[in-house]
Design a protein around this ligand. Structure first.
Ligand code: ZN
Ligand code: ZN
Length: 261
């Protein structure tokens, strides 16, 4: 650059300075903020202008140019440009900021350890915190199974609620099954008891001597007062009958028991 150019710039209140090689991408103020802002919004506005042209049936040839003009007006405002100079530490000049940016760019952290080591340390801190958070939250974790419709978005709260309802339903069904089983067992037991009673009753209504004739209520039978010993009309007069009734009397529990006919 010639000295005339420098002098002319100074006379117009322009202060020109030079950046070292390979530093423009992190120190050049226009790269730092306005161009970044410009590129970000350009993508969005380009799409917008293309759509507008398509909708109006116009050519899309000038859409990019129109979008670029639009974005330039928005990105290159005095406030953004001045802010960029300040951010890069070039004006007002701040050597600490410039050196920090240079070190950051070279992958060296502020305490001169490597950026990789610092990133690893930070990552391990974050991981430890996350582990702690998971451990503290473990008590509140809800689990379960439920059936949901495919291809739909489900709220986790609704899934948990559905799983709880399903579990409650299953519990109720299991309880119902248990009750039915208990009832069945009780019924079987009572039936066995009834059967036993019926057998006993049948035995008591049968002639104790011939063991074949069943008493149907006729008055001709010889019946003990206890009702548990009886002899049919054909057997009651035999010798065996008198000895049998005598033997029964000794064990009969009814007080003052005697035979009736
Ligand atoms: Zn008999
Ligand atoms: Zn008796």
């Amino acid at each position: 650059m010639s000295t005339e150019t420098l002098q002319r710039a100074l006379s117009l209140d322009f202060f020109l300075f030079f950046l070292v090689a390979n530093a423009s991408h992190f120190l050049q103020p226009l790269y730092a903020a306005p161009f970044g802002c410009f590129h970000r919004s350009l993508r969005v506005y380009n799409d917008q202008y293309v759509w507008d042209a398509l909708m109006n049936g116009e050519s899309t040839r000038d859409a990019l140019l129109a979008a670029a003009y639009h974005c330039e007006r928005r990105a290159f405002t005095p406030a953004v440009v001045k802010g960029a100079f300040k951010t890069t530490g070039l004006w007002p000049f701040d050597s600490a900021v410039v050196l920090a940016r240079a070190r950051e760019n070279l992958g060296i952290a502020d305490d001169w350890s490597s950026a990789r080591a610092q990133a690893a340390a930070m990552a391990s801190e974050v991981l430890a915190e996350a582990r702690q958070r998971v451990a503290s939250g473990k008590r509140r974790v809800s689990g379960g199974f439920t059936v949901v419709q495919r291809g739909t978005i489900h709220s986790p709260y609704n899934l948990i609620k559905a799983a709880r309802e399903k579990a409650a339903e299953e519990d109720a069904a299991a309880e119902e099954r248990r009750k039915t089983k208990v009832a069945r067992v009780e019924k079987a037991a009572s039936k066995a008891k009834d059967d036993q009673a019926a057998v006993l009753r049948r035995f008591e209504l049968t002639c104790r001597l011939c063991s074949s004739t069943r008493h149907r209520g006729g008055p001709a039978w010889l019946v003990c007062h206890c009702g548990r010993w009886r002899a049919c009309p054909r057997c009651k007069c035999t010798q065996t009958a008198s000895s049998s009734i005598a033997a029964h009397k000794q064990t009969c529990s009814v007080e003052g028991g005697g035979e009736s006919t």
